[in-house]
Design a protein around this ligand. Structure first.
Ligand code: BDR
Ligand code: CA
Length: 312
């Protein structure tokens, strides 16, 4: 099994990514950190523990940074993810979050697994604030962990919060720059590839038709997420940003990567741009992924066992 730490800003596509991961037999989700992005970090933890409860699973969830490095949380993306982060869907309360802050939980788990047969892998699907804080706490973090997979950036393609920047990187560009320069074995899953893999109304209907509270909630929030993407992309198909990164991190979807030296623009009109540079540390940028990605992700979301104790 692969021990995995998930850092997220739950978030509709984060919710789909988490549910997908819970069904992958060889992934052992050992800890989850939350960060402000789509929603504030405390609400992201409420959403995350709710989803875990709906699947009858207990994983330590640690609330992470509320504010980005050197700035203040900008209020999230209610027009994309709803005012509660999960499309306005009411989820039943889960268990309380862990006592440790997210960065401390990450460092502890990285140390615990460093000398075992399989190091901790990390999947970051929100802004990179917690990872930057963890690097301050433990500068050897890049050696202690296995692969760090990040959903973020727009390398050759356009951004989604500005012409050049993607939301996760834009929301804490300073943290992203530090993480990209820190020497991790790093796979970047940018908008360039996540826009190629989408869920549509038929997927939302299949979740809702499953009838259990978990799938009905996911189907409803997906449908609202598709409503947003219709306004920007003019098609009723929503990109699988975080679920695709999860499926790549889990090793279930084969990516094609292009090693590219990248840096993050901090400040100015191109704030948050992940820009190819002439030299510098190379990042494995995912440019395409197996065309069956959406099928793999949908089938696992449909298969994950719901908690029978949670009723509609
Ligand atoms: C990324 O930003 C968030 O809105 C999504 O959850 C995803 O992680 C896409 O730019
Ligand atoms: Ca996210």
């Amino acid at each position: 099994t692969v021990p995995l730490f998930l850092d997220c800003d739950t978030g509709v596509d984060d919710a789909l990514a988490l549910t997908y991961l819970l069904d992958v037999p060889h992934v052992d989700l050992v800890g989850i950190g939350t960060v402000s992005g789509n929603i504030d970090s405390a609400t992201a933890a409420v959403n995350t523990t709710a989803l875990l409860g709906m699947c009858g699973r207990t994983v330590p969830v640690a609330v992470g940074a509320h504010d980005p490095l050197g700035g203040a949380y900008g209020g999230g993306a209610p027009h994309v993810h709803g005012v509660n982060g999960v499309g306005g869907v009411d989820l039943p309360a889960g268990v309380a979050a862990a006592e440790d802050p997210a960065a401390e939980l990450l460092v502890r788990l990285a140390r615990d697994h460093a000398d075992t047969a399989r190091k901790l892998d990390v999947l970051a699907i929100g802004p990179l604030t917690n990872l930057a804080v963890a690097l301050d706490l433990e500068p050897r973090l890049p050696e202690l962990v296995g692969t760090l997979t990040i959903m973020g950036g727009a390398v050759w393609d356009a951004g989604n919060v500005s012409p050049t920047a993607e939301a996760n990187i834009h929301n804490d560009a300073e943290a992203a720059r530090r993480v990209l320069r820190a020497g991790f074995d790093l796979v970047l899953v940018p908008l360039d590839v996540t826009r190629q893999h989408r869920f549509d109304d038929a997927d939302a209907e299949r979740f809702t038709a499953a009838g259990d509270p978990l799938r009905v909630a996911l189907g409803t929030m997906l449908s609202r997420y598709i409503d947003f993407y219709e306004t920007v992309d003019h098609v009723r198909r929503a990109p699988l940003h975080d679920p695709l990164a999860a499926a790549i991190a889990a090793g279930e979807v084969e990516p094609t990567v292009r090693p590219t030296p990248l840096d993050v623009v901090v400040g100015g009109a191109e704030h948050g741009r992940t820009a190819p540079v002439a030299d510098g540390p190379s990042v494995r940028v995912v440019v395409t992924a197996d065309e069956r990605a959406a099928d793999v992700i949908r089938d696992r979301i449909l298969a994950v066992a719901p908690n029978p104790a949670v009723r509609a």
